[in-house]
Design a protein around this ligand. Structure first.
Ligand SMILES: Nc1ncnc2c1ncn2[C@@H]1O[C@H](COP(=O)(O)OP(=O)(O)OP(=O)(O)O)[C@@H](O)[C@H]1O
Ligand SMILES: [Mg+2]
Length: 267
């Protein structure tokens, strides 16, 4: 199962959701891989900290190395799993991001390498029970590659008016991609992040989405400073604060996704 977490709007919670769901998956004994396709490398930093650039040149790192070899000789290509790194957490693995991703993006696009991630995932499939893909806040070569490679897409929504406005365009982009490249891609739903039940606006925005028929997932994620602490400590919530309210909502979300998502729709 390959799940991509995508929203072209920045700061909605893609990285937090990718890494925390993946960490819960790993803590439950599933061999889980996170793929960091964002040149910002936030998932990479969250799970393994700074990468030693001297030891691992940017062009050989993780996902950049994987893509780069697709423009080279076929006989020299390594197995995609050789670009995967261990993390300090049991059962949790990472295909790290690299600054080199921006440098090679134009070349990969010009050489039609958009299906290469899908080919790589087909090879990684037998090694991992779950694959989670973090994407950049753009509809660019890497996020398109992820949407083509994945079987499911989760869309984080941070209860903000700008995020609300960009949802239509986002849904059109996903539909176009499904139609042109990946009819198997299932929109699992919209994950409500940073929900504050005390404030008026988040409730109103979520009710609007539901009344317009957007597939909102029942398990909401609340807003908590624990998330920032978790990034700072480089420990996903399940390891940092297993009984915290936000961790518990993440566990509930994970469980809902594993069972097959329950969505609120307009009746
Ligand atoms: N549930 C939450 N409660 C409080 N803060 C949160 C929560 N989820 C995410 N954040 C904070 O919101 C900010 C953006 O989160 P995150 O980096 O996960 O978003 P993103 O969509 O990956 O951003 P980008 O588009 O830049 O990659 C971070 O500072 C993070 O700590
Ligand atoms: Mg991010």
């Amino acid at each position: 199962m390959h799940r991509v977490i995508f929203n072209q709007k920045g700061g909605v919670g893609k990285t937090s959701i990718t890494c925390n769901l993946a960490a819960i998956s790993a803590s439950q004994g599933l061999r889980t891989l996170v793929i960091d396709l964002d040149v910002q490398g936030n998932s990479t930093h969250y799970l393994i900290g700074a990468v030693d650039a001297e030891q691992y040149p940017a062009e050989a790192q993780g996902v950049a190395g994987l893509f780069k070899q697709t423009v080279g000789s076929r006989s020299m290509r390594k197995n995609p799993d050789s670009f995967v790194w261990e993390t300090p957490f049991d059962n949790l693995f990472l295909l790290p991001s690299s600054p080199y991703l921006s440098e090679i993006e134009k070349e990969l696009e010009a050489r039609y390498k958009i299906y290469k991630l899908r080919d790589a995932l087909a090879k990684l499939d037998s090694e991992y029970d779950r694959i989670y893909i973090d994407t950049p806040p753009n509809f660019n070569f890497y996020s398109k590659s992820a949407l083509i490679a994945a079987s499911r897409v989760l869309v984080p929504f941070d209860c903000d008016s700008f995020a609300r406005q960009s949802l239509y365009e986002l849904m059109l982009n996903i539909e176009e991609l499904q139609e042109d490249h990946n009819p198997e891609l299932e929109l699992e739903g919209i994950v409500i992040n940073q929900f504050n039940g005390q404030a008026r606006l988040p409730g109103e925005l979520v009710a609007e989405l539901q009344s317009e028929g957007f597939p909102v997932i029942d398990s909401f994620l609340s807003s908590s400073v624990k998330m920032r602490e978790s990034h700072h400590e480089m420990r996903p919530l399940i390891y940092l604060a297993p009984s915290h309210k936000l961790t518990q909502s993440y566990i509930a979300l994970h469980q809902a996704l594993e069972k097959g998502v329950k969505k609120c729709r307009r009746s």
